[in-house]
Design a protein around this ligand. Structure first.
Ligand SMILES: O=C(O)CCC(=O)C(=O)O
Length: 286
């Protein structure tokens, strides 16, 4: 039977017209070869690059900040949703929500500051990199039709495209059915893309014109491009360009919670966007 996915409630058939495979790159490649893949594809998926234990320790440390009952069977390391959201829990990432304090914790900063991410960024810049402090934590709870809308990072952060890179890190496994990140194939090279999609795009956010659309099928039809998807595993990372369009699907028939973070770098001698110089909160407006 054909599977239909949704993203923010908008349906997209899970067929080969709309989806292809996000291809992993061999992590043993030299920097030049990694850079060539990044330039050609707009992303590089590297499997097994962060020790799984480190990723699961961070997942557990974050989910351990929620009230008992939030995780199924109290298992904060696995992190299936237990079905109970505390009545007084603020919206994700606002002051008082665990994500707000967590991105300010030593454990989170130590994770983001581990050398491998900077080494990767420097390989893509072919020069020194500096980590950008504002580091969002994403957390999607099954049963809700809430996902990342189709967007490009360059809409949100100032800087020349070649001077910014995002390392997207799933904090745990990230099966597509739990709402993993998907990339619009070849969109980073499509200089006319915004012109094509800025007019007439369906939007579920009348007051925010930064996302391109929440309707992944519409943008695929409009651009003739497929979404590239994969089942991520703890330890994987995707390094992506600020010009590639990406989004996520709603959690499907699973109780596993998708949690991830976006660790960003800028070329060391490039101008810094001052709005990104402090820790993330969901209402900081960027
Ligand atoms: O993890 C996600 O769903 C999307 C994160 C993202 O694309 C972003 O922060 O730019």
């Amino acid at each position: 039977m054909a599977v239909t996915l949704t993203s923010n409630g908008a349906a997209i058939p899970f067929t080969e017209n709309y989806f292809g495979d996000l291809q992993a790159t061999d992590r043993r490649l030299e920097s030049d070869a990694l850079r060539a893949r990044y330039e050609a594809d707009g992303y590089v998926l590297l499997r097994d690059i962060v020790p799984v234990e480190d990723v699961l320790n961070l997942r557990e440390a974050y989910l351990g900040r929620f009230a008992p009952g939030f995780c199924k069977n109290g298992d904060t390391r696995h992190g299936a949703f237990g079905g109970q959201i505390p009545a007084n829990l603020p919206r994700h990432g606002l002051k008082g929500h665990p994500a707000y304090d967590f991105v300010r914790s030593d454990a989170f900063h130590a994770f983001a500051d581990q050398p491998i991410f900077k080494i990767l960024a420097e390989a893509f810049f072919d020069g020194p990199a500096e980590r950008i402090r504002r580091t969002p934590l994403r957390h999607f709870v099954p049963g809700r039709k809430v996902a990342s809308r189709a967007h490009m990072d360059r809409t949100y952060i100032e800087g020349v495209e070649a001077d910014i890179v995002t390392v997207w890190v799933p904090l745990g496994d990230g099966p597509l059915m739990a709402g993993g990140l998907v990339y619009l194939e070849g969109s980073h090279r499509d200089t006319a893309l915004e012109d094509k999609v800025r007019t007439g795009a369906p939007s579920d956010r009348a007051n925010d014109n930064r996302p391109l659309t929440h309707d992944l099928k519409w943008i695929s039809d409009r651009t003739g491009r497929r979404w590239l998807a994969t089942d991520y595993k703890a330890g994987d990372v995707v390094v992506h360009s600020p010009t590639i369009v990406h989004a996520s699907t709603d959690p499907g028939d699973t109780d596993y919670m998708r949690i991830s973070t976006d660790i960003r770098f800028r070329r060391k001698d490039s101008p810094a966007d001052p709005r990104w110089a402090t820790d993330w909160s969901a209402d900081d407006g960027y």
